[in-house]
Design a protein around this ligand. Structure first.
Ligand SMILES: C[S@@+](CC[C@H](N)C(=O)[O-])C[C@H]1O[C@@H](n2cnc3c(N)ncnc32)[C@H](O)[C@@H]1O
Length: 234
């Protein structure tokens, strides 16, 4: 996320909040970009990935906290930056999420969104997007909330509609070799993973999507899907 880091390097902030943090990956990314930030709070509804997160963020001032991003315990106006990455499509009550993020960020503080978008992914990034869309299909059949990704304009509207004013937008992607290796493993695992849904009415559509995935992978390989990154002010 080079472009994100470049933007962050120009900011001077004291405390940041990363909601729906999972293992703190985005909190770490922000701290590395920001430089002298005193504290990051990394909040998730479950602590399942916090142990991994503490390893990942070792040496950085990250505090992991369990909580619901749609009803947070923090007082109003607590943080210089509130961020949410790769998670808008995991949270059903987006109105409550944005209301809470706006409440806890300081007046004139920043909201940062980083979210995979569904319109116009370039070549090898499209492969990741199809893979992700298949994950949404499988999770939905498993009863896990996983909305398909939104378009750039839908994401932008969520931010504006919540009362933020947009300072800047950019598109960026993760180019970590470990992430790319994991994506290749996930593509290879798709045929096996789909077997679980044999006999379900949705199976034919999922098999067709898996064939499209393989076609794109054979033609273009896979790299991370691009994220829309939005910087917006309260
Ligand atoms: C795809 S992961 C987030 C990844 C992480 N932000 C990153 O960029 O590496 C989605 C996360 O949202 C969390 N989540 C879902 N609903 C939530 C809620 N209401 N409040 C806080 N976290 C939530 C899940 O537990 C999961 O860890």
């Amino acid at each position: 996320m080079d472009k994100l880091r470049k933007e962050l390097s120009a900011l001077k902030v004291d405390t940041i909040l990363d909601v729906a943090t999972r293992d703190g990956g985005f909190a770490k990314e922000m701290l590395l970009g920001l430089g002298g930030c005193r504290k990051a709070v990394a909040l998730d509804i479950t602590d399942k990935m916090f142990e991994k997160g503490r390893e990942k963020c070792a040496g950085l001032p990250v505090e992991f906290v369990v909580g619901d991003a749609c009803a947070m315990d923090f007082p109003d106006d607590s943080f210089d930056i509130v961020a949410v990455a790769n998670s808008l499509h995991h949270i059903p009550d987006l109105e409550a999420l944005f209301r809470e993020m706006r409440r806890v960020v300081k007046p004139d503080g920043l909201l940062i969104i980083s979210e995979m978008y569904n319109d116009g992914q370039p070549k090898a990034s499209l492969t990741h997007w199809i893979l992700h869309d298949l994950d949404c299909d499988m999770h939905t059949l498993d009863g896990i909330y996983h909305h398909p990704t939104y378009s750039k304009s839908q994401i932008l509207w969520m931010v504006k509609n919540a009362g933020f004013s947009v300072d800047k937008t950019l598109c960026d992607l993760v180019d970590d070799p470990k992430v790319l290796a994991k994506l290749r493993e996930r593509v290879a695992a798709v045929p096996e993973n789909l077997k679980k849904y044999a006999g379900r009415p949705e199976q034919a559509a999922m098999a067709a999507k898996a064939a499209w995935l393989q076609e794109e992978y054979d033609a273009n390989g896979v790299t991370s899907a691009e994220q829309l990154v939005i910087f917006a002010r309260k």
